[in-house]
Design a protein around this ligand. Structure first.
Ligand code: ATP
Length: 437
């Protein structure tokens, strides 16, 4: 494996979704730990295998030809059974300009016994209020709209409601609305019959059917194209739908939960979200507070994540007092996901069994808030004393990666942003931060 890809592997580990890197020869180059856990296959077995059964006539092959990122729902073979995945593929370039394919593969549905067992952790006032609301939501049937910034735990909250509801024995099906373009939405949600459109070689159940007697979680509902919103509303109101190309009306007993990081009420005012669907979905709105407003949860979250990451190092990990203070002083724009990723990286960088300040690196963002909680409000009792040191390679790595794209595209930001699959605005911020302007 080329040296630069080897370095990428440590970045893969900060990815909480199953993630795979495929080479231009259509063989698997790397997978992360989340992938091993989701599929029950060790990386030693998977690395070096062909990318998929239809190798050569597959989505991976197409990406190497077109360089176009893709998204959608695909069926793949797991160790025990076939699994439905929400897939996103991106072209990746290493520092030497070599092209790879990175694919995130999140499981679309989880049976009761697969649903997150580790649960939600927290003990702050805002967290306990949230938990009470989630318990109330689980006890009734009303549609729930989970609101909150990215990484605050909306998906985990939806799982919590599912697990504590009367639908707990059914499936928990996750539909990521960001992958449904105009064409995909109807066939993915309601299914299609054989021959319904070009490429429909066989009939397929939709997510509504898969979630029968369970819960359908529509994540990022604010991203659903307006043209598709009426179709969703119709199905929610009648509880009935038809597969694309089908003549039979189907019914499914589904609890629907939605989440968004957007202000849907504003979107309604701007005509980007249907008012009738907004009222239908937001009967019980639940706001998930950002981490900066519940910093009292940081010590217990740190302990929780270090318990998960310790075994990766074969060690019981703790954090030094200075390290914990550094975490508490940060604003956490990426919320709990950012904290988790930060600790994952710190686990890798930490030389001993105690995480030190120099092991902790933040992704900096412009306009970041620091939070209003005073240090003395946070219980530091559990933190042992720490010591010092230095280092940071993550930003250098990012800078050299972007530098190679600047060279490749002669500074054309549109093309660079497209290749990195980020907005031009985000690229602009990164360039400023990394002094690449
Ligand atoms: N209270 C919590 N206790 C433990 N882990 C948590 C908690 N809240 C969130 N997490 C973890 O943080 C990560 C992000 O959570 P989640 O995916 O639910 O956020 P989200 O709000 O749905 O994010 P996005 O809007 O970007 O999809 C996950 O790994 C989740 O397990």
């Amino acid at each position: 494996m080329p040296q630069s890809v080897f370095k990428l592997e440590s970045l893969l580990e900060t990815h909480e979704q199953p993630f795979m890197v495929i080479g231009a020869d259509l063989h698997v180059l790397a997978v992360n730990q989340a992938w091993e856990t989701a599929f029950g296959i060790a990386r030693e077995v998977q690395v070096g295998r062909p990318c998929c059964e239809q190798q050569g006539a597959c989505r991976h092959q197409r990406l190497f030809q077109t360089l176009e990122p893709y998204g959608g729902i695909f069926e793949v073979d797991g160790r025990k059974d076939k699994k439905l995945l929400n897939v996103r593929g991106y072209p990746l370039l290493d520092a030497d300009g070599r092209l790879y394919l990175g694919e995130s593969q999140s499981l679309l549905h989880k049976r009761g016994d697969e649903v997150h067992q580790s649960g939600m952790v927290g003990k702050s006032e805002p967290f306990l209020r949230l938990k009470t609301q989630l318990q109330q939501a689980a006890a009734i049937q009303a549609p729930v709209l989970l609101l909150g910034e990215t990484g605050t735990g909306k998906e985990l909250a939806a799982e919590f409601i599912h697990r504590h509801s009367q639908h707990a024995q059914g499936e928990f099906v996750i539909a990521d609305c960001t992958v449904f373009g105009e064409d995909l939405f109807e066939s993915e949600l309601f299914g299609h019959e054989k021959g319904a459109f070009t490429g429909a070689a066989s009939g397929k159940k939709g997510l509504f059917e898969l979630a029968d007697n369970g819960t359908l979680f529509l994540d990022e509902i604010g991203e659903l194209p307006v043209s598709q919103q009426a179709k969703l509303l119709r199905a929610l109101e009648s509880g009935q739908f038809r597969r694309v190309g089908g003549t039979v009306t189907l019914k499914a007993n589904v609890r629907v939960l939605c989440a968004t990081h957007r202000n849907l009420a504003d979107m309604v005012r701007q005509g980007r979200f249907r008012e009738d669907l907004f009222y239908r979905l937001s009967v019980f709105p639940i706001e998930i507070p950002p981490l900066r407003e519940r910093k009292q949860d940081i010590p217990i979250l740190v302990e929780h994540f270090l318990k998960q990451f310790g075994p990766l190092k074969g060690q019981h990990l703790t954090i030094g007092r200075e390290g914990l203070i550094k975490l508490i002083q940060h604003g956490w724009p990426g919320n709990i996901r950012e904290l988790k990723n930060c600790l994952h990286l710190a686990t890798g960088l930490c030389a001993g069994a105690i995480i030190q300040p120099q092991d902790i690196h933040f992704m900096r963002m412009i306009g970041e808030q620091t939070g209003s909680l005073a240090m003395e409000d946070v219980d530091l009792q559990q933190a042992p004393a720490g010591n010092g040191g230095n280092m940071s390679t993550l930003e250098q790595y990012e800078a050299s990666f972007i530098g190679s794209l600047i060279k490749k595209y002669q500074g054309n930001r549109k093309l660079i942003a497209a290749e990195m699959n980020i907005s031009e605005r985000t690229l602009y911020r990164k360039l400023n931060r990394l002094n690449l302007n």
